[in-house]
Every structure is written in C-alpha cells, then in structure tokens.
Write a protein that binds this ligand. Structure first.
Ligand SMILES: [Zn+2]
Length: 267
C-alpha cells in the first residue's frame, strides 16, 4: 500500500469519527488518478492557506467562525458556573495511532467516557495533540495542545482544549509518549494501561467557551469549544517524543469576527 493510500484511509477514519454533516468516509480503494490531490498538510502548497481546496469552510470569509483563535483574557464575557463542563470520566482502554496528521488515542468503548454541558451529554471519541498549541492566550502559544473530541447523540461536537507546557512529566500520559507510532497506520495499538481522562485535565477548570470549528479539513463549523485557561505539564522528553514525529502540526489562529468568548469559572 502506498503512503498516500494509507493517509487517505486514515483521513477517512478521521472524517467518519469527527465530521459534522460533511462528506462520508473516503472510499477504501480510491481510483488512481493523475490529477488526484495530494494530502493536506501543515506547510507548503497543501498547507493551511490552501485548505479551502479540501473543505469550503476552511476558506476564510467575513462570516467565518473558525478555530483556533487568539484569546484575549481582558475581553472575555463573564459566564455562569452552570455552563461549566461536567466530566463523567473513568479509567478506560485506549488504542494509539498515528493517522498521518497527529497522534490520536481512541477509546475501545465510545460510550465509556462523557462530559455534560448545559444538560447535554457528549461522548469522548478520541484525544490527540498539536505542537505548538493552536489557541493562543494573550498572544502566547504553549509547546503543545491536547484536544479531547466529544460527540453527542445528535452528532454535534464538543472539543475540550488543554494547553500543554513543559515541566514535570505527565504520568497519565506516560505510556502514550513512550508508545508514539513513528509510522502512519489504519490500525491502533492497544495501550497496556487504562487512561482516566480526568487526569488529562487541569485541576482548575476555569475555561473559555466559544463557537468554532474543526481545526483540520474540512474545518466544519458548529463545534462547541471549551478551552481550559490553566495548562497541564509534560516533560521536555515527552514533548520531544511527540515532536520527533510531528514537529509542527498546528493551524494558525483564525479571525474572531462577531463571536463572543465566555469565561466560565471553575468549580
Ligand atoms: Zn485538534
């Protein structure tokens, strides 16, 4: 199997798992075509400024509500504690895979972990990483960002974003960073130890909530975002294990336009 076929299949999996009312999964055996478009990437001729060719929503317009964004904490609207995300997480088995764009951990049971937001339940579909961070806070990036992607039964998506700085090793992610697959694959490798996603969140759950999009093609909008303002820590060695495979897989910040950012207090 060629690398590009592998990537296409892997992307099909991503779309099936995360897309909002967009294209179906890619066919398992795409017909070879001399004009077939190369896979999207984070730089060069298939980089973010060309993602409109991979999904119309990726093309910036004056009405776009895309992610990620630059967060200015001086301009947040105060929100209510009743709008905070309530995790219903438990230790669960995950598989780890390199899908050609990120390292992603997928729970074996898609209903094992959920969060509640404004009375609605969203189930954890996968978590993955970006380096450097996609969101910025007061103009600053962090070395990495974790996205926990959740989906409700009606198909709507909620992503919890966790900024990652370097410092103490992250014990909850120890096996993940020791097991990062260097090569892309359609099949995940089962992790030996269960992961409780609670351990991936900061202690203080103060958050910014806003309406945004997927940060990868097809950049579909209608995604509810909850970015925690307090970072978690991984060691420099853990970051290096990730950046050895993905040195830079972040989309630049997108225009805010008319959106309101709400600051939701911790418990
Ligand atoms: Zn992401």
């Amino acid at each position: 199997m060629t690398r590009s076929t592998t990537l296409t299949l892997a992307l099909g999996g991503i779309l099936a798992a995360t897309a909002v009312g967009c294209t179906a999964a890619q066919p398992a055996t795409p017909a070879p075509s001399p004009s077939a478009k190369a896979e999207w990437s984070y730089s060069g001729s298939n980089g973010p400024e060309h993602w409109g060719e991979y999904g119309a929503a990726c093309e910036a317009t004056s009405a776009s509500h895309e992610s990620p964004i630059a967060i200015d904490t001086a301009k947040l609207m105060p929100g209510s504690a009743s709008s905070r995300v309530v995790p219903h997480y438990t230790a669960a088995a995950f598989e780890l895979e390199n899908n050609g764009h990120t390292i992603e951990a997928v729970p074996e049971d898609a209903k094992a972990n959920s969060v509640e937001l404004n009375g609605k339940t969203y189930y954890l579909q996968q978590f993955h990483f970006h380096a450097t961070s996609e969101h910025t806070v007061n103009g600053k990036s962090t070395p990495a960002e974790l996205h926990l992607v959740h989906k409700a039964d009606d198909g709507t998506l909620l992503v919890l974003g966790v900024l990652i700085e370097t410092g103490r090793p992250n014990t909850a992610l120890a096996e993940v960073f020791e097991s990062i697959p260097a090569k892309t694959s359609e099949e995940g490798e089962k992790l030996q130890q269960p992961i409780d996603p609670h351990a991936l969140l900061p202690q203080n759950l103060e958050s910014v909530q806003y309406a945004g999009s997927l940060t990868t093609p097809p950049c579909s909008e209608g995604v509810q975002w909850n970015l925690f303002l307090n970072p978690v820590s991984i060691s420099a060695e853990q970051l290096a294990a990730y950046t050895a495979v993905y040195p830079d897989n972040h989309r630049p910040v997108q225009p805010l336009h008319d959106r309101t950012l709400t600051e939701v207090p911790s418990v």
